[in-house]
Ligand binder design. Structure first.
Ligand SMILES: NC(=O)c1ccc[n+]([C@@H]2O[C@H](COP(=O)([O-])OP(=O)(O)OC[C@H]3O[C@@H](n4cnc5c(N)ncnc54)[C@H](O)[C@@H]3O)[C@@H](O)[C@H]2O)c1
Length: 494
């Protein structure tokens, strides 16, 4: 048996590296592909790493069975599909490889040279590097067109965030296939241009840099800064806790020093982070259930610095041109589990956000004040798109993309659907349209309850309802055929 999707068949997947993240990537592949008979081979040079990886994978599957996420036979199927081995020969005949070995371009290059001769002809060779540009990893590969970066996020078996980073030589067809494939197997991928750290890690690492500087300057303790970060940025866990959980201190210290050279001079590993790496120590973060009280003045000072860092760096990423506002908005929220940056700036006031970033830059030398932020502050809210349009042979395909809420309909989605209907009506090159939902779980999960809850009176409720119906009426009245491709749950939005 094998898994086939959009012209490609996969019987065997290889994962190289059984450290922090490799076994989680293998677990994700096994969860989604083992039912189609796909086997997953995890290769590492270290027997201890393999044993620990296998133990971790089995533990996670057992927990899944206990919590009834999987039936016992599914759990056995997942475990049975994954082999842990020191032998690269076991990779013979793989159709897709994700390398998750130590973050070192030269080592990764050597691994891919070895894998190139073992993988099936045409197999996709992918690296889960967290920073390195594809052009630096695949330098000596004979066929670079089938190679690229797929950057997963912790915990890789559950976190839906994924950056797909093609290199200069990556075949665009492969990139398109990867975007569709990962969406099909439950991720919410975005395509990102090739730059050190890509779009997301400079944000994650920059937040730790500011957090550590605040502690070094005596503004707050590790516990206080972590607590305020959760509150003001809506983070699932604070930056220090996130680094403890992912074992991220060494990668971030190294990453910050290269970001300094390649992206922006502000990035610098703080002394306290260097000390933690040298002593191989974790941060003293809040214990589970521990209540940390922070005075309002302190909270304001810490909160302003963290907001400015986060928003300022997001805008710097947009200035760099490697991604778009809408893609970054979605990926940041999902991958880093925090409030979406551009909607947050809109709530706070884009002008006020710009002032905050400027004030932070005046205090922290070299911090970037992005051109796009200065420009947007003069225009108003950030435009964020939740409906994508792609045209194929005269058919406009509209995809409602709000994966966090199963594509629920809010005012912004309704407005965009109406604007698309107008554009399709006026476009002589378009003969019809397809409307679908992002991902595989839902077409649309109905009206967004958050947006409905904002209605404060029956009159406002009526206005909101009518405003939502107008775009749908436009679609109904289109003189061109419109087909819904129902790709999952579909609830009424009326
Ligand atoms: N940890 C995370 O949350 C995370 C997130 C995204 C990306 N990444 C990236 O994934 C990669 C792995 O990260 P990690 O945190 O798991 O690192 P890690 O240090 O925990 O594990 C790396 C593993 O690679 C193995 N290895 C070294 N040389 C090898 C070789 N020649 N062949 C096979 N295996 C080899 C090591 O024995 C080790 O087990 C890095 O590039 C990292 O930047 C990590």
């Amino acid at each position: 048996m094998a898994y086939s999707f959009a012209g490609r068949t996969i019987s065997k997947v290889g994962v190289i590296g059984s450290g922090q993240i490799g076994p989680d990537i293998a677990l994700h592949f096994a969860k989604v592909l083992a039912p189609s008979g796909v086997s997953v081979v995890v290769v590492d040079v270290s027997a201890e790493a393999l044993a620990a990886g296998e133990k971790k994978l089995h533990k996670k599957v057992d927990r899944g069975v206990e919590s009834r996420a999987f039936k016992p036979e599914q759990g056995e199927g997942i475990k049975g599909a994954v082999t842990f081995t020191q032998s690269y020969d076991e990779l013979k005949g793989v159709d897709l490889v994700v390398e998750a070995a130590t973050e070192n371009a030269e080592l990764k290059g050597r691994i891919f040279r070895q894998v190139e001769g073992l993988a099936n002809e045409g197999a996709l060779l992918l690296s889960n590097s967290s920073h390195l540009q594809p052009e630096k990893i695949f330098t000596t590969l004979a066929d670079k067109s089938r190679a690229g970066v797929v950057h997963y996020f912790f915990p890789a078996e559950r976190n839906r965030g994924l950056e797909i980073v093609p290199g200069a030589d990556t075949d665009p067809e492969h990139t398109r296939w990867l975007l569709r494939f990962y969406e099909e197997i439950g991720k919410a991928p975005i395509q990102v241009g090739s730059r050190y750290g890509y779009a997301i890690d400079p944000l994650f690492e920059g937040l730790l840099q500011t957090a550590a500087l605040l502690v070094e300057q005596g503004v707050g303790t590790v516990k206080e800064v972590d607590t305020v970060a959760r509150k003001v940025l809506g983070l699932g866990v604070g930056p220090f806790t996130a680094h403890n959980l992912t074992g991220g201190n060494p990668i971030t210290a190294h990453g910050l020093s290269i970001l300094h050279d390649e992206v922006n001079a502000w990035f610098q590993p703080p002394a306290s982070l260097q000390a933690k790496v040298e002593a191989d120590e974790l941060w003293d973060t809040p214990k589970r259930g521990e209540e940390i009280t922070v005075s309002p003045e302190k909270e304001q000072q810490i909160g302003d610095a963290l907001r400015a860092t986060f928003w300022g760096l997001c805008c710097e990423v947009i200035d760099s041109g490697i991604t778009t506002v809408s893609d970054l908005e979605m990926c940041v929220e999902i991958a880093l589990v925090l409030d979406p940056p551009f909607a947050s700036m809109n709530d706070y006031g884009v002008k006020e956000a710009y002032e905050l970033v400027k004030a932070f830059a005046a205090k922290f030398e070299g911090f970037p004040v992005a051109k796009c932020l200065a420009e947007q502050s003069a225009k108003g809210d950030w435009p964020i798109s939740y409906v994508t349009r792609e045209d194929h042979d005269g058919v406009a395909v509209l995809t409602i993309r709000r994966p966090k809420v199963l594509n629920a309909l809010n005012a912004a989605v309704f407005k965009e659907l109406g604007d698309h209907a107008d554009a399709i009506a006026a476009d002589d090159n378009v003969i019809g349209a397809v409307i679908t939902g992002f991902g595989t779980k839902a077409f649309v999960s109905g009206a967004d309850v958050g947006f409905l809850a904002e209605c404060e009176s029956p009159e406002q409720g009526e206005t909101t309802c009518l405003a939502s119906q107008a775009p749908l009426n436009k679609i109904e009245a289109l003189s061109k055929p419109v087909v819904c491709a129902l790709n999952g749950l579909a609830f009424g939005g009326g």
